[in-house]
Design a protein around this ligand. Structure first.
Ligand code: ARG
Ligand code: ZN
Length: 889
């Protein structure tokens, strides 16, 4: 039974807590079936708040006793609250004793077991599933934690901070006592107990301090932790160099767990990671895995300052830490990439991700501002908007005040707020105050609309050249579409980085009317009105504008450029991002034209020759070529349409792919051969770029061969699959066979499974690949249903559920959207099945139907019916209920 009713929590209702908890002494007697928790809290009234009862949060707990200053006290329990009316005015000690049942906790929130060890996940509101507490981020306490457990089963006992003492107890038990000197909110608490081993590294930082770094994993996984350790060290070095933010702990621990709802968690000094975001070896992880691990390790480490030293006042401010920390990890990855081209590749990948996940969110039922105004279940708001759009907002601060100005702003932010729980406004104010007179501080209030307005702004740009006066007038207009609950939007502050390209492809000097001289060939215009014109003078010839360089703002740009102009940008733009963007626009225009007209797609020679030129280019990096030659994703294409027919989109993409495969066959072969690597495996940008292009080329060659009945390339792919010395090449070859529906796909899949039996993360890839196989005669969908019965499949492990179910429902539109509605029926069943186990994961799957209302018939009605079916179920979790109700609103 679900307790408590789902109430809407509003940002404007924020009240400071009536009490502060200053210190907490926790002791745990760890037992999987029944863990005993004793909590002694030093509490004082918040003098700024009127008198009232002490209300503590608690969920799924068994309360044993409540003492104030050692005496029993009367209390009552209401829903998820423990209410004590008679709390003293003077400071007091509250002692609570309760039990919880880690083994039965399938939600993976609070204290739970995985593979026979204990782990915690407390963000956002999991601590209340461990003991009664003021479980809100503005209550910060100093924690001392005593762990007791069976020594043979749980030889390693960890919690936040420093180890004070450890030793033996009776009956084969032992203990460890930890103390974290930094006051922290409860969501940053963690404990781990289990049979784990650690990779250790001692480092000395610039400041001359010594630190112990440890990565804890299950016994067999130790050799897969080297990359994570290297990433951690690189992160520490980077944060000190770039932002002057040092490691503030003697010991920094990272732990891997295979049952985890998210990627990882930044608990103070004790980060806990999904093994998928931590473990890597060349044989089991792809280049993409290596780079994801690097960025997640960095992300969690960076949270130590942006999130932990300065935390969020309330959960509406989540982007304060998440947007900022994603920005920091993206900057880190770019700095690690070293060459300008590799930096651009990072940026392109981040933008592709934003467009695939955040843009649809911003135009669907769950559209919400970066700082939401209300929520029912905070777990539903760990979203692409809060994280990725939030990061773009932080990037715009940097664009507006410059890199040095931004670093000054960050310093001021920590000077002002270290040790505090603050808001997005506090962050904005610090950056602005550190940069008086800047483009940001002169329009801070309107800039902050990025936090309050949902929806992706549309920017229309039109240029007109006047040869007589040698002037070029660029007119920019902006609108933001209505989103649920927000009908009217005000203009936003949009930094538009741009350059002008001349007839010979040269970058033209930029001089605005009224300026004495030109200043450079790239600059940032600030659009902050509904419509503005900018006049460039001394423009010698009709230019092609290169707008929104580096994706300088998270908007949809309509620049009205012709094919010829896009081809100029593809050839000559000095901005690699816009060069890539031109390739995508050329492809998108063709796909959209086919979808809109309902006719079969036929690629023209101009496009094919442009793609051939990219592929043959002698100076472009393989990594860039791979990105430029990859067609826009189906979700992004769907975004451009008012009415979405997923099958029509898929058919157009498949046709474009087949034609590119055939028309460029010799060039694909040449690219494939040119990208072979003789050196030993390293997940460097250089090597991974080559592997990416080789894999794309191979998939094109196999696709084309399968269509024409030629067996040479499928045979080569199979051979490469068998002989591969790393997972990137092996999975690339396997995917080429599977996605082309080649005959050799079946034996390859069987062989892959046999080869990696027992490697959970690789078996996840095996499921995911099949879940994403492009539909052919209903077979892909049928296979997913059949794989649900596979002995290796389980709904209980989030990675496994994601690998099969999410792959189908989120990343395989042609298999999912069926005219017989079977995909939607399957979705509804799985949402309900998951909801009984793990509401957070179920809520995430429920999001698949965010955009049902833009689907074409018959999909639209069938999708709505499936959503209604879920809604009709009594007893839904608040997670799923909120998503479903928003979808139906
Ligand atoms: N703060 C974590 C991170 O982004 C994510 C934890 C989210 N947890 C949750 N239950 N929603 O690094
Ligand atoms: Zn984070």
């Amino acid at each position: 039974m679900r307790e408590g009713s789902a109430t809407l929590i509003r940002r404007e209702d924020y009240l400071a807590p009536a009490f502060w908890i200053r210190t907490v002494d926790l002791s745990f007697d760890l037992d999987p079936a029944k863990t005993l928790v004793t909590s002694k809290m030093q509490i004082e009234r918040n003098s700024a708040v009127a008198h009232g009862p002490l209300r503590l949060h608690g969920e799924e707990l068994n309360l044993l006793r409540v003492l104030i200053n050692g005496e029993s006290v009367s209390f009552r329990q209401e829903g998820h609250e423990l209410i004590i009316e008679g709390a003293p005015d003077a400071d007091f000690q509250l002692e609570i004793r309760n039990t919880c049942a880690p083994e039965k906790n399938t939600t993976l929130s609070g204290l739970y077991t995985s593979g026979g060890s204990f782990f915690t996940q407390c963000e956002a509101e999991g601590f209340r599933r461990i003991t009664y507490f003021l479980d809100r981020p503005d209550v910060m306490a100093v924690y001392t934690v005593l762990l007791r457990a069976d020594k043979a089963k749980y030889p390693v006992l960890l919690s936040n901070g420093n180890l004070l003492e450890s030793g033996e107890l009776e009956n084969g038990r032992h203990f460890a006592k930890w103390h974290d000197p930094f006051p922290k909110p409860s969501y940053l608490f963690a404990l781990v107990a289990g049979d784990l081993v650690a990779r250790e590294q001692r480092i000395r930082t610039r400041a001359g301090k010594d630190h112990l770094l440890q990565v804890f994993v299950r016994r067999g996984d130790l050799e897969k932790t080297e990359h994570a350790m290297n990433s951690l060290i690189a992160s520490i070095v980077w944060d000190e160099a770039r932002f002057k933010l040092p490691l503030d702990l003697e010991r920094f621990m990272v732990v891997g767990v295979s049952d985890f709802n998210m990627g990882a968690m930044e608990n103070k000094g004790l980060n806990i990671f999904n093994t998928s975001a931590l473990l890597a070896s060349p044989a089991t992880a792809t280049d993409a895995d290596f780079s994801r691990i690097e960025s997640i390790v960095a992300h969690e480490y960076f949270h130590n300052w942006t999130g932990n030293r300065v935390t969020c006042r309330d959960w509406f401010q989540l982007s304060l830490k998440e947007g900022l920390t994603v920005f920091r990890d993206q900057e880190f990855s770019m700095d690690m990439a070293a060459t300008p081209s590799a930096r651009a590749v990072c940026r392109i990948q981040d933008v592709r991700q934003l467009r695939a996940a955040q843009f649809p969110e911003d135009s669907g039922a769950m559209a919400h501002p970066v700082r939401p105004d209300s929520y029912v279940e905070i777990n539903n708001f760990y979203t692409a908007t809060v994280y990725d759009k939030g990061s773009e907002v932080v990037r715009m601060y940097q664009t507006l005040v410059g890199r040095a100005g931004f670093e000054k702003g960050i310093s001021l932010y920590f000077e002002r707020h270290d040790g505090q729980a603050v808001t997005c406004d506090d962050f904005a104010q610090a950056i602005a105050d550190a940069n008086p007179g800047s483009e940001l501080s002169t329009r801070l209030d309107s800039f902050k609309r990025w936090y309050s307005q949902a929806g992706t702004p549309r920017v229309q740009a039109r240029g007109s050249y006047d040869a007589a006066s040698q002037s070029y007038t660029l007119t920019l207009k902006q609108t933001t579409p209505a989103t649920p609950g927000q009908d009217h939007k005000l203009p936003q502050v949009i930094p538009v980085a741009l350059g002008l390209i001349g007839a010979e492809g040269q970058a033209l000097p930029l001089q605005l009317q009224g300026e004495a001289t030109a200043s450079g060939t790239e600059r940032v215009l600030v659009l902050d009105q509904a419509e503005q014109s900018f006049v460039f003078v001394n423009v010698v010839s009709q230019p092609v504008p290169s707008l929104l360089r580096g994706f300088s703002a998270p908007v949809v740009l309509d620049d009205g450029l012709s094919d010829a102009e896009l081809l100029t940008l593809l050839q000559h733009d000095s901005d690699a991002f816009n060069r890539w963007e031109a390739s995508q626009r050329l492809a998108l225009n063709r796909i959209l034209a086919a979808v809109r007209s309902g006719s079969a797609l036929q690629l023209d020679d101009a496009f094919i020759e442009a793609m051939r030129a990219v592929l043959r280019h002698t100076e472009l990096d393989p990594a860039f070529k791979e990105l430029a030659l990859t067609l826009p994703g189906e979700a992004y294409i769907a975004e451009q349409l008012d009415v979405v027919d997923p099958q029509a989109i898929h058919a157009a993409v498949e046709a474009a792919q087949a034609q590119l495969a055939a028309a460029l066959r010799d060039d694909w072969q040449a690219a494939f051969e040119a990208c072979q690597i003789s050196a030993g495996y390293a997940p460097t940008p250089e090597q991974s770029g080559k592997r990416a292009l080789a894999n794309l080329a191979l998939s094109m060659l196999v696709l084309d061969a399968t269509r024409s009945g030629d067996s040479v390339w499928p045979g080569r792919a199979y051979q490469r699959f068998k002989d591969a010395s790393n997972m990137t090449d092996r999975l690339g070859a396997l995917s080429a066979l599977v996605n082309a529906h080649a005959e050799l796909a079946e034996p390859a899949l069987a062989r892959f499974h046999a080869l990696f039996k027992g490697e959970a993360l690789v078996i996840d890839k095996w499921f995911a690949l099949q879940g994403r196989t492009p539909e052919r005669d209903g077979k892909s969908f049928a296979r997913v249903k059949q794989l649900m019965q596979h002995p290796d499949f389980t709904l209980k492990n989030p990675n496994r559920a994601r690998s099969l179910i999410f792959s189908l429902c989120m990343f395989n539109p042609a298999a999912f959207h069926r005219t017989d509605a079977a995909g939607y029926v399957f979705w509804a069943e799985q949402v309900l099945a998951l909801d009984a186990i793990n509401p957070q994961i179920a809520g995430r799957l429920a999001r698949v139907m965010d955009r049902w209302s833009v689907l074409a018939e018959p999909y639209r009605s069938a999708a709505r019916e499936a959503v209604a079916r879920v809604a009709a179920k009594a007893d839904l979790s608040s997670d799923v209920r909120e998503i479903i109700e928003r979808a139906l609103a």
